[in-house]
Design a protein around this ligand. Sequence first.
Ligand code: GKR
Ligand code: MG
Length: 432
Amino acid sequence: MKISSLQLHSIAIADPPLRSSYGLHAPWALRTIVELRTDDGITGVSETYGGDAPRAALERAREHVIGMDPFRLAGFLQYLNRGRTSGGDRSQTWLVPGENPLDQNNRTFAAVEIACLDIIGKAVGKPVCDLLGGRVRDRVPFSAYLFYKHVGGGGDGQYEDRYGEVLSAKTAVRECRDMVDEYGFKEVKLKAGVLEPAVEIETLRELRAEFGPRVPLRIDPNCAWSVDTSVHVGESLREALSGGGYLEDPCPSLEGMSEVRRRLLENGIEVPLASNVAVTGFGDVPKARDLQAVQIVLSDPHYWGGLRQVQYLSHLCEVLGLGMSMHSNSHLGVSLMAMAHVAAACPLLTHACDTHYPWQTEKDEIVEGGRIRFQEGAVAIPDKPGLGVELNRDQLARGCERYEKIPFRKRDDEAEMRKHVDPNWKRVLPRW
Ligand code: GKR
Ligand code: MG
């Protein structure tokens, strides 16, 4: 079997004005849908970061991908990394996920690997998770991912603004209630680093009061806090984060997080620290462990180099005595299914995975049959071969049309913040 065609579909999907310490989400999020076809007529798909740079990197790989046997993937990673020197800052401290050029090979490989696994699954009649050694769970738990936001549903103004403005503790609790009632999530994450720490502390406490100790909470300011502020927040949230919660990337650098952890432990506070900003590759994991900077590593097939790499990461975390969960970015159903398949096949998955999926809408979904359903906060692994999804051609074409109409080709939350909220806004770390 050989790959005979590679098609790239750049799409735009409506995204509400969500806030984070990176800035503001643009009205459209960009994604690339990768479609591979084999000489015997099997098609495989994947979804990855959007815009010019990821597409150009996939274009550069075309020469190697065409003619490649989809079963022979290891050589492709070698090919991408030929002549590459290690080093450089691959963290997501300063660049939003998907924008660090040093990580592009992993992202390119992941996009091709996932589409190849979809092909292989269809060829042998097995779901992708069962190609990865087999599932250890049939249903993959995801968490409610709360954002502070401005009014608006994103896109061209024709999208429903389901949650309205959320810039206070009270409105965040309302947002959470709505999401939990609709999707049945059993864990909750708050994207923080947006409002004064006192308001974000209040938000977590109110969430705890509303949902009780059986719903673990996590808070992620994407490095917006100094070490002192992180320690203060950790102390203030001792109770709210107990019982399976965590503090995610409170401040920049592994060294900073190590100090936060040490000072919290000295005060008898056990809250674990998680990271997707400082730990983005295998080389970071032993250091994070040795410094006791990170107790939970956030995987993500899109930039850790695909599904198998996430499985290796799960194993490594287990060996090193760390926990593992999964990071996300704005995405549609193809990504959701790739995340679900690999999470189903990871023996170690200590916390529900993140997902931005509730922030996107049926109107933009490109998989046949509409949006993937959550049952009790989990995605069930379908019995179909491969990823278990097919592309809806009309919806895909609409996504491509939207992409052609919009004026930007990369995610730039800082620029959006300056355009819509504060003309002088800059990403300052730590902000508080
Ligand atoms: O969507 O604004 C966002 C998030 O801040 C996202 O880009 C982060 O990568 O979800 C992410 C995280 O956990 O850091
Ligand atoms: Mg994070």
